[in-house]
Design a protein around this ligand. Structure first.
Ligand code: BV8
Length: 234
């Protein structure tokens, strides 16, 4: 059985990573959509760097939770039949042990050089405009996908969604595209669809089944259930 899981900010909420709906989506009085755009970066790069530098240093202080660990356990059994597509730019899936993770909106712990297109793992600030380790130019930007930019891995994502027998959406409001359209894509190719979220998402009508509650409880329970059925089927 091929399983594709889409995760959003809700899966990291219990680890202490604020969601976009928290604080009414405001940062330093800016709407998040205002600081997470290429225009904002051209207009006020220091504000944008402070936004991501603060999230990067905060990330070093949080841990994966039971939902992340449950998905890592599921990968141990399903192997290549499981893919986690995440909208999150944190590294909590990997720190829980997941390997098959596709960061469609980029990663906080990566910097992208606008001069040489090189990528480098980055754990400290970018606001002091450090030189690119590859080409030496001071054009490093956060390696994240901003509003108006094309998400990463879209070709692979389309193929994996079309192959999925089961599509599961965890901790996402379904407000941001193209991620919010994945459930319809998977449905079109015959997948069964399941939503695990604190509340009904904007796309809840597209799911065969929806379970509402905290990911830290819902995800381990769902994984145990799936492993039991997989076990009894074998
Ligand atoms: C693009 C990285 C072209 C940076 C992010 C169609 C219609 C309308 C608009 C558009 C459209 N197509 C494109 C657009 C424009 C735009 C868009 O969608 N705008 C929105 C605002 C309407 N999309 C784009 O610009 C995208 N690019 O379309 O390019 C293209 C398209 C296809 C193919 C080729 C080209 C790029 C969007 C990416 C922007 N970057 N992040 C950063 O992180 O700073 S988006 C960012 O916001 C996140 O990554 C995530 O995607 C989104 C936030 O959503 P969630 O993760 O769902 O978080 P949220 O807080 O909203 O919800 C949390 C949920 O969890 C809630 O439901 C809550 O109930 C639940 N929850 C809370 N606690 C728990 C919980 N659940 C369980 N347990 C808990 N404990």
């Amino acid at each position: 059985m091929k399983v594709v899981v889409l995760t959003g900010a809700g899966i990291s909420a219990e680890s202490g990573v604020p969601t976009f709906r928290d604080a009414d989506g405001l940062w330093e009085g800016h709407r998040v959509e205002e600081v997470a755009t290429p225009e904002a970066y051209d207009h006020a790069p220091m504000t944008v760097h402070r936004f991501y530098d603060a999230r990067r240093s905060a990330l070093l202080g949080v841990q994966p939770n039971a939902a992340h660990h449950a998905l890592a356990r599921l990968e141990e059994v399903l192997g290549d039949d499981l893919l986690v597509i995440t909208q999150n730019i944190d590294d909590l899936h990997e720190r829980a042990g997941s390997r098959r993770v596709l960061h469609m909106h980029g990663e906080l712990l990566s910097a992208l050089c606008r001069a040489c297109d090189g990528r480098v793992r980055w754990e400290s600030d970018l606001v002091d405009l450090p030189p690119c380790p590859g080409c030496g130019v001071t054009e490093l930007r956060p390696d994240v996908v901003w509003f108006g930019e094309v998400p990463y891995g879209m070709d692979r994502i389309s193929i994996e969604l079309a192959r999925a027998d089961l599509f599961v959406s965890i901790g996402t409001s379904g407000a941001v595209y193209p991620a919010a359209g994945f459930v319809q894509h998977a449905l079109r190719y015959g997948a069964r669809t399941l939503e695990l979220n604190l509340e009904p998402s904007e796309g809840t009508a597209w799911f065969h089944e929806a379970r509402h509650g905290r990911a830290g409880e819902l995800v381990p329970h769902w994984v145990e259930e799936l492993l039991e059925t997989a076990h009894s089927a074998s």
